[in-house]
Design a binder for this molecule. Sequence first.
Ligand code: ADP
Length: 245
Amino acid sequence: MEILKLNSINKFYGENHALKDLSFSVKKGEVVVILGPSGCGKSTTLRCINGLEKIQSGTMEILGVKIDKDFKNWREIRQKVGMVFQSYELFDHLNVMKNVTLGPMKVEGISKDEAEKRAKFWLKKVGLIQKAYAHPKELSGGQKQRVAIVRALCMNPEIMLFDEVTAALDPEIVREVLDVMLSLASEGRTMLIVTHEMAFARAVADKIIFMDKGVIVETSTPDEFFTNPKTDRAKKFLNMFEFKK
Ligand code: ADP
């Protein structure tokens, strides 16, 4: 079953044609990783999928809902499409528990008890239950990012979008965030991930989409992509990372 399907999506920022006839799909339980050089349209793709950016043409189908450029009901979609950003976007004046229970209480109308139960389950799972009543400023970047992941999980999303969630973290704490994502993947969660962590991409992905200049250049299995990329553009891209096979 397809959770997400993009059909010939075009996105312009003024004159800049950022996404060109983009088509791909993500099935239930699948982990799809989008790779590509900076500025190729990875982040724009994720932002179009949850309505943070408007598309100019093409259609999407998200959990059976048909979406075109005039679609308005993004609230309904965002309940089911969790997104985690590079910059955490936590409320600094609220403690962790409040940050992660606010959404479910407001959107689903569940009780505080119920929301806290759910929050504790996920905080335990990512190793942060002891920080449940801490404020974001008392947390490291890696901890904040794990809280941001918990906040998304507490909404019971059908698919999770990750936009370079480790790019702002110190190298030594990148691992703790990637491990959380690997464990979600192993539990069968549907995820669409943008990352520059090549070894992680290879380990986590069922499918790699390689983009350049707003188009999908190749779609492959991780093994194929990392050992035998089909295009020169992909080869050049991989060379930049000195990826160890
Ligand atoms: P990536 O995530 O692959 O680095 P982006 O999706 O951020 O790429 O950017 C794709 C293209 O769209 C780039 O040319 C970028 O400069 C442009 N772009 C991205 N966001 C905006 C914006 N908010 N306004 C104008 N142009 C943008």
